[in-house]
Design a protein. Structure first.
Length: 327
């Protein structure tokens, strides 16, 4: 037999313990009050509360939302509605796109608790409807004819019209609509992209490029509270329709913000003499903060001998170079 010291040394090398292989033991450190017999009822109550009440409620809430909302937090009913309307026709003008977007179930009180229905709406909404063009409030097609859709559509039109008849409650409703609009437009664009892909696979109808452009225009309209054909000068604070006549003359016709920025200081102040000094300074501060972007676009067919020749069915790669400048 080997000496005891050699056995101990070999055990240390082989098993990491001089006494040889040992059974591994684990322990859990618990506060003393948990294992105290006097607190057994209290500990059991906490266990029941967490695992039998809170956890099932949390899982149920998550499951309810997962079957009701998409990954982008859009109601699945709204997604299905958009699919149906955008697959129906290839071309949707701005007015029709607004109708589709404002028919979202996010604007229906039973689906969104943030939506408020007031008795004053019965008087205020018809008043605003008289100011709106291409509202199509008498259409018999659901859900365009539903009151929630007509209200959302009317408020959006009044928002773009900058109607002076909007009251404080209307402005609160418009804030909810404008906040939700970018997500709804993004969902609509995703649906249009899917329909374009399916068009090649299943020969279904798909929106054309004009529909994509109109959806993007509506996003800008919602943020700027202007129609797509309105003068860009109206984006500036304190700039009103009455001031536009001073920029559309025989001597000069100022149509863009760039042309407005390139005017001399004296000429600009002369045309805006109706504004106070503080209002003028505020307008110019916003103007100088606006981005002036120069864009260069390059279209090509990669992996082709002649990359600049685009034929039917080619996969075109479009590269955009954006250069931000200062007025």
């Amino acid at each position: 037999t080997r000496p005891h010291g050699e056995v101990t040394r070999q055990n240390w090398i082989d098993h990491g313990n001089p006494d040889g292989p040992q059974a591994m033991q684990f322990g859990i450190a618990l506060p003393s009050w948990i294992v105290d017999k006097n607190n057994s009822v209290f500990v059991l109550g906490i266990y029941v509360l967490i695992f039998m009440i809170i956890l099932p409620i949390a899982v149920g809430t998550w499951w309810y939302r997962s079957i009701k909302y998409s990954a982008d937090d859009i109601l699945l009913h709204t997604t299905q509605l958009y699919f149906a309307f955008f697959a129906k026709n290839s071309l949707h003008n701005v007015s029709k796109c607004i109708m589709i977007l404002c028919s979202a179930y996010e604007f229906e009180k039973s689906q969104n608790k943030e939506i408020k229905e007031r008795e004053s709406d019965n008087i205020q909404i018809p008043l605003l409807m008289k100011e709106c063009k291409q509202l199509h409030e008498k259409t018999p097609i659901p859900p365009f004819k539903y009151p929630y859709s007509v209200k959302a559509r009317t408020l959006f039109h009044s928002h773009c019209n900058r109607s002076p008849n909007l009251n404080e409650e209307n402005h609160l409703d418009i804030v909810l609509i404008v906040k939700k609009m970018p997500a709804l437009i993004s969902e609509s664009l995703n649906i249009c992209f899917q329909l374009m892909f399916w068009k090649r696979q299943k020969h279904v109808s798909a929106p054309n490029v004009q529909t994509f452009e109109n959806l993007i225009k509506i996003n800008v309209m919602a943020i700027q509270a202007l129609w797509d054909n309105s003068s860009p000068l109206l984006q500036l604070p304190h700039f009103t329709e009455d001031l536009l006549k001073y920029f559309s003359t025989k001597r000069s016709n100022i149509k863009s913000l760039l042309q407005f920025a390139q005017l001399s200081e004296a000429d600009r102040k002369s045309r805006l003499r109706a504004l106070g000094e503080e209002e003028y300074d505020n307008m110019m501060r916003v103007l100088w903060g606006m981005p002036y972007i120069d864009m260069e676009v390059k279209s090509e067919v990669l992996d082709d001998e002649n990359t600049m020749t685009i034929s039917a069915g080619s996969i075109v790669t479009v590269t955009c170079y954006l250069d931000r400048k200062i007025f």
